[in-house]
Design a protein. Structure first.
Lengths: 374, 227
């Protein structure tokens, strides 16, 4: 766990960071994001004392970090930067063994660890361990940078725009690889970026900074649903609604109690539902072969025959899929609903275009600062 | 063979060279001894000074200024000045001092510039991983600055071979003596032999330094940047 307690930094007359307090729980990734000059990198660099705070302190695992010798403190904090900063005069293996060597590991253990790390970052040890950094591409270098930072298995990692210098495809690969790793490693991470999309993708927690002050720190979902003020709303961007699609899974938006009626008597059964006072809900229609169709109860009120209204329910997704994927499927197949089927013990559901529209609208229509339950 | 020898014998400098071979070897030994001791002292002294002015950049202006001034003094004049100083006089002390002084600019300046131009992100990473200031200097900065530092030493050494020639005027028994005596006796053959041998040594040392550089400087730094 990392706890920043009222830390601040002044460079002469200029205040880079005012007085910032923030807690990053064990094993979570906190992404600091904001426009350039907002103090996010300064804040991060204060955590390994590359910048000495003017006021305040940092607690790592409940221990005041000033009590440790600064070199020892840094060895326990993995450090990854945008420019990677590999040592060009040393081989890949030597680069990765930097911190283990400083910590005094024996050669055999180091050698084993180097190969293991190369495997973890998806580089072939045989091919790469004796190469020099200049022989690698940008993406490969950042993989080695990550391996080097993780070498001595530090519980905490600081990452300063680690994927900003590579092309979009490589960036996406690196992000996905890192997410997979983090799921297993569970390190406590401070991740700095200026890219809100990256923040939403990588963060368990997002801290938005502006002019040296913390504006809002929340989970990505909370942040998108309840931006604290106009600045946060603007920073998230005009496509907030689209970003929301990526963040929520189908089981959060689907109907689980949609009535199922048989195709044979559908007209009567639908009428019964209306008489019961049901309104605006999706209804699933099943024929004898088990084929599924659906319609919205509101559509029936226009007096049409059900035969003309019902349409096939042919797409099936899982509860963990994002609603963005569901949207994509619907658009591809010119459908307006998908069936969500999970494990046996999970209730199946139906996710409709109308449902998504209402859900996203409810989140987006609120004014900044107004609370929306999600 | 005999015939070839006859022809070569007709070429005066070659004949002179072989007739005086033992003296020329002694001169060459003295010449090399002076420059080698000189370059070792120069490296120890000027690399340290280069590191110091890198750490305290306020000093750099003054130190590099002095080095430039020293470089401007004609060597014969510098030998003359040193000669008059108490404790120096005729001989090796003055000769060595002059050589070391001339090496100041190429070595100090290259060390200073090389250390400054090491990519800051490398140093940031090194510090961030928990290297101490000394570890950063010796394990990261100097190895990365080595190509430029080495280039400075190479220039200094080749220059010293030439300037050492003039030390004959303050009593050094080296290859300069052939040129000096050749001039006073109007003996062109002597001058030619002296000049050619000194030139060959200078070129040879330059080539050797090139090879040495390839071994000393990390392979990783000699590679072209990919993509």
């Amino acid at each position: 766990m990392i706890r920043l307690e009222g830390i601040g930094k002044e460079f002469g007359d200029f205040t880079a960071v005012k007085e910032l307090s923030l807690e990053i729980p064990e094993g979570k990734t906190c992404v600091m994001v904001g426009p350039s000059g907002c103090g996010k990198t300064t804040t991060m660099r204060m955590v390994n004392r590359l910048i000495e705070p003017t006021r305040g302190t940092v607690y790592i695992d409940e221990q005041d970090y000033k009590k440790k010798k600064v070199e020892i403190l840094r060895r326990d904090i993995g450090y990854v930067i945008q420019e990677v900063g590999l040592f060009p005069h040393r081989t890949i293996a030597e680069n990765i063994s930097t911190t283990p060597k400083l910590a005094g590991w024996d050669d055999k253990k180091i050698k084993k660890r180097v190969d293991e790390l190369l495997e973890i970052v998806e580089l072939n040890p045989e091919e790469n361990r004796n190469k020099f950094p200049r022989q690698l591409s940008g993406g490969q270098r950042q993989r080695v940078g990550l391996a080097r930072a993780m070498a001595a298995d530090p519980p905490v990692m600081l990452m300063d725009e680690p994927f900003a210098a590579v092309d979009p495809i490589t960036r996406e690969n690196l992000q996905n690889m890192f997410l997979r790793l983090q799921r297993k490693m569970k390190k406590t991470i401070i991740f700095v970026t200026h890219d809100i999309n990256e923040a939403i993708k990588m963060g368990d927690q997002i801290a938005i900074l502006k002019e040296g002050e913390l504006v809002q720190a929340d989970t990505p979902e909370e942040l998108l649903a309840n931006p604290k003020n106009q600045f946060v709303t603007d920073f998230i961007g005009v496509d907030r609604a689209i970003k929301i699609l990526d963040l929520f899974s189908t089981d959060e938006v689907m109907w689980t109690e949609a009535p199922v009626i048989s195709k044979k008597n559908m007209q009567e059964e639908a009428q019964k539902l209306i008489e019961k006072g049901e309104k605006g809900i999706p209804v699933i229609v099943e024929d004898e072969q088990g084929n599924k169709f659906w319609f919205d109860l509101d559509e029936l009120e226009s007096g049409q025959s059900l035969e003309e209204i019902i349409r096939p329910l042919e797409i099936t997704l899982e509860p963990t899929n994002s609603i963005k994927l569901a949207m994509a499927r619907m658009l591809e197949h010119n459908n307006d609903a998908v069936l969500i089927i999970g494990d046996d013990d999970e209730e199946p559901g139906i996710l409709t275009l109308k449902g998504i529209r209402n859900y996203v609208y409810r989140i987006c229509a609120s004014d900044p600062g107004e609370k929306v339950e999600i | 063979m005999e015939f070839l020898r006859e022809i070569l014998w007709q070429v005066a400098p070659i004949r002179y060279f072989f007739e005086n071979i033992s003296r020329i070897i002694t001169y060459t030994q003295n010449h090399l001894e002076l420059t080698m001791v000189g370059v070792i002292l120069a490296i120890i002294l000027w690399v340290s000074v280069g590191i110091i002015i890198y750490r305290y950049p306020k000093l750099s202006h003054g130190v590099l200024g002095i080095a430039s001034i020293v470089m401007c003094i004609p060597s014969i004049a510098l030998y003359g000045i040193l000669l008059t100083l108490p404790g120096f006089g005729l001989g090796r002390t003055s000769a060595l001092t002059a050589l070391v002084l001339y090496a100041m600019l190429p070595i100090v300046r290259n060390v200073f510039v090389a250390l400054r131009s090491v990519d800051p992100s490398i140093l940031d990473a090194a510090k961030g991983m928990g290297m101490s200031k000394q570890e950063v200097l010796w394990e990261v900065q100097i190895p990365n600055a080595l190509p430029t530092i080495f280039a400075g030493v190479r220039v200094a050494l080749v220059m010293m071979v030439g300037i050492a020639t003039l030390a004959t005027y303050i009593g050094e028994q080296n290859l300069g003596r052939l040129i000096q005596h050749g001039i006073t006796r109007t003996h062109p053959t002597m001058i030619i032999v002296g000049a050619v041998v000194v030139s060959i040594i200078a070129i040879g040392i330059d080539l050797l330094m090139g090879l040495l550089g390839k071994h000393l400087i990390s392979k990783g730094l000699q590679l072209e940047e990919s993509k």
